[in-house]
Design a protein. Structure first.
Length: 343
């Protein structure tokens, strides 16, 4: 019995505890990110935002969740009901399982695999399936067209994101996310972060994450200001809420990827006291919060792109620049002998 506990039961319990420690705060963060977005945009528009439910409106996310939970889930008569229900679940689950390889500090990661960045890119790429499935299963022309334009958009911007990730990997020489963070550690503090030597790549990557998460000014798949919202037009109650939660969870995930690749991950901006007194996860979450603030800032500031503008930016601007970036970075690393050595 003791061998059973040591070999199977206790490791399983430990993994489940790690998952709970990550998922529960993430769900709370998603709920209060919706609240923060409404308050920040309200302040930018000289409005108050949510301020009625609870002190300072802090219980508004709970009220929204209860409303969606108790609403009736309507299934369209001629929809493929199995795929219709699985699609939002897939979108939400994919936004959570990617956090298995995200390091919150040195050694603070559930699965410290050597191909962590490939795992992250694969999970983020699979997100398009939930949207395509929902548009097709709804048996609605509007939902189907919304799913198609969303798939085209996400695929377009994933190409440039892939090339930008390659430029970072060329500088690091490793696919491990912890190695990527530690490669940005140096005596110059925040000037060692890849956001500075790879500034054009960092900007293009962040703009591509806006398109990848269907956020302003690239929210063509949803376009919630219009009468028809696209792929989720037939969804209601908790099935709609899962799409909503998945989008905000993906925002946090993409902010985490930006932090790891370009903002030094958990590293402090200066490698001396009192900055080194702050725990590593705190720095990591502060940088994610900064990226999320920019997400919200962009939504409150810029108008929506037309679809032809969106595709032109992805294929005719970002793709050539990111491809040229790979060639230039590789050439500079080889020319000056800065390329990391294998092994």
């Amino acid at each position: 019995m003791a061998e059973l506990w040591a070999g199977y039961i206790w490791p399983t319990i430990w993994i489940v505890l790690q998952i709970v420690v990550i998922v529960v705060p993430l769900l709370l963060a998603v709920a209060y990110l919706t609240f923060a977005e409404r308050k920040v945009i309200g302040a930018m528009h000289l409005r108050k935002g949510p301020n009625v439910v609870g002190p300072f409106g802090l219980l508004q996310p709970m009220a929204d969740g209860m409303k969606l939970f108790f609403k009736e889930t309507v299934l369209p008569t001629r929809a493929n009901k199995g795929v219709f229900v699985i699609a939002p679940m897939l979108t939400f689950i994919l936004s959570l399982i990617a956090w298995a390889v995200i390091p919150f500090g040195e050694g603070l990661v559930v699965a410290d695999i050597n191909v962590g960045i490939l795992y992250l890119f694969a999970i983020s790429s699979l997100g398009v399936y939930g949207i395509i499935m929902s548009g097709w299963a709804s048996n609605s022309k509007y939902a189907f067209l919304g799913g198609l334009r969303s798939a085209a958009q996400m695929v377009s911007y994933e190409v440039s994101m892939g090339f930008i990730i390659i430029t970072v990997l060329l500088c690091v020489g490793s696919l491990n996310l912890s190695d990527i963070v530690m490669a940005q550690k140096g005596s110059w503090g925040f000037l060692n972060w890849y956001a500075f030597p790879l500034l054009p790549m960092a900007v293009i990557f962040f703009v591509s994450t806006l398109a990848e998460t269907n956020r302003h000014p690239f929210d063509l798949p949803e376009a919630e200001a219009e009468l028809v919202t696209g792929y989720n037009v037939e969804y209601s109650a908790m099935t709609f809420a899962l799409f909503f939660l998945g989008e905000y969870a993906n925002m946090i995930l993409m902010s985490g990827m930006t932090t790891i690749l370009f903002l030094g991950g958990w590293l402090p901006p200066f490698d001396f006291a009192p900055f080194t007194w702050v725990p590593e996860p705190i720095w990591f979450f502060l940088k994610i919060a900064l990226c999320l603030l920019v997400f919200i800032w962009v939504r409150a500031t810029f108008p929506r792109y037309r679809y032809d503008q969106l595709m032109r930016l992805g294929w005719k601007v970002f793709l050539p620049i990111s491809l040229a970036g790979v060639v230039i970075v590789a050439g500079v690393l080889v020319l000056f002998g800065w390329a990391p050595q294998a092994g």
